[in-house]
Design a protein around this ligand. Structure first.
Ligand code: PLP
Ligand code: SF4
Length: 421
């Protein structure tokens, strides 16, 4: 399949879109997409979205902006400004700034070596360094809930983007505690294989003894499985995966799937098979999202089907406190019910998924459950990852709050502060 991409200007040109969306819906998308990024492609439109029932279709919700993603007031302000470019720019900028564009101290944890900052990296957890290749800072389509939305609308000039792999190699060499290197984005598999090779080959040549695992965080299986099938350099990409394996690394393909519907096309199944044949292990992760997957049966089905397809469920996240969190956010208490409802109906092979977890400033905080201790209803929390490794796996408590969406909404219980404070 030939890749065709659609944006705010061109989406109505796709016949399936034009045939189904009403003039009002198109107008609403036009308004909301002034604030949030919007991009979709022919695979998502033609093979994933069920146009007979698109209004409640999870993939439609996942990729097409919705009116309710903005407050009614902001929606109307943008709508009124549509024909006045200066005013529109001002209104959009103001709304974006209200939507917490920099959650979880993402611009912290930038490593340094020999007095130089590795702008394209983040080293938050001892064992794992994140690397953001400059040309991988976009995606095959955009998720409406994406926490990287500010960089796709140009609010952040790719502060993570990396120009040099050599600095990264020097840094990893100087840090024997690093075992994992995670390529992330955007989506690094938006890059041509030639470019990806330019990042990976020097790393393999450097043969850093303590570096054991190479991970690639990607949504390409969900949004463009033809990357592994019919793209011109698909075979070369799989060959690169083999070379990583042959050089002795564990290759972890961290696949982002939000709904079991993304697992059911022939293209995705064939792509998974081809990736697995290279020796790469596919692990899966997703946030739990209102309107898309806030139902234990969806998760149980998704995990079961992933295991059957030879993938390993890895993380369930909570939607970050940015962008349209009021629209996608699921309260912590409800997220735990969804997790429990899902995990309790699958076999142990699918219980490898951990969460629901918040990637917050101090670390990844999981909701272990809701309990009652000495007559007080509490959340039991646990850090799956922490900036300070000594805090990992030491359960702690917060006062129960059925509305809380994020760590900032919680108060410590039985103590005047949380363990990470
Ligand atoms: C999630 C995450 C990682 C990887 O953590 P694992 O638990 O090893 O998968 C690394 N760095 C950051 C900043 C993360 O959020
Ligand atoms: S694939 Fe990931 S980075 Fe890309 S739009 Fe979706 S959530 Fe954002």
């Amino acid at each position: 399949m030939e890749y065709r991409s659609y944006n705010l200007k061109s989406f109505v040109k796709h016949p399936l879109v034009a045939d189904h969306l009403s003039a009002q819906e198109i107008e609403e998308i036009r308004v909301v997409a002034q604030v949030f990024p919007f991009k979709v492609n022919n695979y998502v439109i033609e093979e994933l979205i069920d146009w007979e029932n698109y209004r409640n279709d999870p993939i439609f919700r996942l990729t097409f902006p919705h009116r309710e993603m903005l407050s009614e007031e902001d929606f109307q302000r943008v709508q009124r400004a549509l024909n006045d470019p200066e005013e529109l720019k001002r209104v959009v900028e103001e709304i974006r700034l209200k939507l917490n564009p920099h959650p979880a101290g993402q611009l912290q944890n930038i490593p340094e070596i020999n007095g130089e900052r590795l702008e394209g990296s983040q080293h938050k957890y001892r064992e794992t360094i994140l690397f953001f290749p400059k040309q991988g800072q976009t995606c095959h389509a955009y998720c409406t809930f994406c926490f990287r939305w500010p960089q796709f609308v140009g609010m952040e000039e790719l502060k993570f983007a990396s120009k040099e792999v050599q600095l990264l190699i020097d840094y990893v060499k100087a840090h024997p505690e690093i075992t994992d290197l995670l390529f992330t984005g955007g989506d690094p598999l938006i890059m041509s294989t030639r470019l990806l090779r330019a990042y990976i080959e020097p790393l393999l040549d450097a043969a850093i003894p303590h570096l054991k695992n190479i991970r690639i965080g990607t949504k390409t299986l969900g949004f463009w499985p033809y990357r592994f099938l019919t793209d011109r350099d698909a075979d070369d990409l799989l060959q690169l995966f083999r070379e990583i394996r042959e050089a002795g690394y564990h290759l972890a393909f961290m696949a982002h799937f939000n709904h079991y519907r993304e697992l059911r096309t022939e293209a995705v199944r064939e792509a998974v098979k081809r990736i697995r044949e290279t020796g790469a292990i596919i692990r899966t992760q997703s946030p739990v999202l209102h309107h898309i997957n806030d139902d234990p049966d969806i998760w149980a089905t998704m995990w079961r089907e992933q295991v059957a397809l030879d993938m390993i469920p890895y993380y369930m996240f909570l939607a970050r406190d940015t962008g349209a969190q009021h629209y996608f956010g699921v309260p912590l208490a409800r997220a735990w019910e969804i997790y429990r409802g899902a995990i309790s109906q699958v076999s142990g092979l699918a219980r490898t998924a951990r969460g629901p977890s918040m990637s917050a400033t101090p670390g990844k905080v999981a909701i272990v459950g809701v309990s009652e201790i000495g007559g007080e209803k509490v959340f039991v929390l646990n850090m799956l990852q922490a900036k300070r490794p000594e805090l990992v796996d030491r359960p702690f408590f917060a006062k129960y709050d059925p509305e809380a969406l994020w760590l900032d909404d919680l108060q410590p219980a039985f103590s005047d502060k949380f363990i990470f404070e």
